[in-house]
Design a protein around this ligand. Structure first.
Ligand code: NAD
Ligand code: UDP
Length: 322
């Protein structure tokens, strides 16, 4: 953590899910901004102690192993709460769907109560999954989505939709200072090799010389955002004074899953073949964010990292930890 603090700031934050992929990047950024992360709360369901090991010696960082489904409190002042706690990979969130739903809904309720008690600003890491399998080619915030309430992905999709509803109503009823971002597929270093999402799977498979498992015919699309761009947007959303309604945060560069597999094979120089597997139930056909709202309200925010630049950094990370 030497040299981590680059700015002065007296803010005190809670990061729920701080030991996960996005959470550890956020903790690092907040500490660099001079924050005290007074509580990084995580139950290590998908989080990794290694992700936060370098922060542990820092007096401004405190880890609490706890499940946000159970209420908890924190001593002293809290200025900001970041709710990132929830498994994000379909493999993991489908393992115990009831708990996933509880995490999104009851966990958000517990954190909203804490925000209300402390007078803290609170952010929800929502998801493009609130649009389900969209009927529109580009998803803007005014699109209400096409979501199955009774399927394998419902625990996550409907859980996040329920969390958004709670954030809306805590703002309306109790004037809690809420923020909601809808994150589109994000990748980067510190993803777990066993995460199960497509970017980490393809890179790990390519580095091991195993077949890259493409689901369906690989023509479904996603738009992949490098984690640094997401963190910059999160910081800006929390600095904004008025933005309570949801805002999309993603990279509009849309590609097919098969194209991603080909790029990873080329960039790793892997001899791996492609192996086609059945398409999981309710797997969205396309995903492409409209980020015009984010660009307008977040001081011109735009993703800055090109796909191949971000993939190169992620490949380097997985080469080092394999
Ligand atoms: P992740 O699985 O790597 O991290 C989630 C973290 O939350 C882990 O450390 C996990 O142990 C912790 N956690 C899960 N349930 C918990 C609970 N009940 N109590 C306490 N801790 C709990 O996922 P990620 O990619 O870092 O995603 C972070 C957040 O962003 C999630 O809320 C996810 O839904 C959202 N999101 C991420 C993406 C993406 O592409 N990465 C896209 C959309 C939304
Ligand atoms: N996918 C794939 N092979 C894998 C993992 C995922 O083809 O090994 C597909 C998955 O079916 C989906 C896309 O890649 O069509 C993105 O999957 P991911 O789990 O990363 O995110 P999400 O489906 O939540 O967008």
């Amino acid at each position: 953590m030497d040299g981590m603090k680059t700015k002065e700031c007296n803010k005190r934050a809670i990061v729920a899910g701080g030991a996960g992929f996005v959470g550890c990047h956020l903790c690092r950024r907040l500490l660099a901004e001079g924050y005290a992360v007074v509580t990084c709360v995580d139950n290590f369901q998908t989080g990794n102690p290694d992700n936060i090991a370098r922060f542990r010696s820092e007096g401004r960082f405190r880890l609490v192993e706890h499940d946000i489904v159970e209420p908890f409190t924190v001593e002293g002042r809290v200025d900001e709460i970041y709710n990132l706690a929830c498994p994000a990979s379909p493999v993991h969130y489908q393992r115990n769907p009831v708990h996933t739903f509880k995490t999104s809904v009851i966990g958000s309720l517990n954190l909203l109560e804490l925000a209300r008690e402390k007078g803290a600003r609170i952010l929800l890491a929502s998801t493009s999954e609130v649009y389900g399998d969209p009927h529109v080619p580009v998803q803007g915030e005014s699109y209400w989505g096409n979501v199955n309430s009774y399927g394998l992905r419902s625990c996550y999709d409907e859980g996040k939709r329920g969390a958004e509803t709670l954030f809306h109503d805590y703002h309306k009823m109790y004037e809690v200072d809420t923020r909601i971002i809808r994150i589109f597929n994000t990748y980067g270093p510190c993803m777990s090799a066993a995460d199960g999402r497509v970017v980490s799977n393809f890179i790990v498979q390519a580095l091991r010389g195993e077949p890259l498992t493409v689901h369906g015919d690989g023509r479904q699309t996603r738009s992949f955002q490098y984690v640094d761009d997401l963190i910059e947007a999160i910081v800006r959303v929390m600095q904004d004074g008025v933005l309570h309604s949801p805002v999309n945060v993603g990279n509009p560069n849309e590609i097919t899953v098969k194209e991603l597999a080909d790029i990873v094979i080329r960039m790793t120089g892997s001899p791996s073949p492609i192996a086609y597997r059945p398409l999981p139930q309710d797997d969205p056909c396309r995903r492409h964010p409209d980020i015009s709202l984010a660009t307008r309200v977040l001081d011109g925010w735009q993703p800055a990292v090109e796909l191949e630049t971000g993939l190169a950094k992620t490949i380097e990370y997985f080469r080092a930890v394999q």
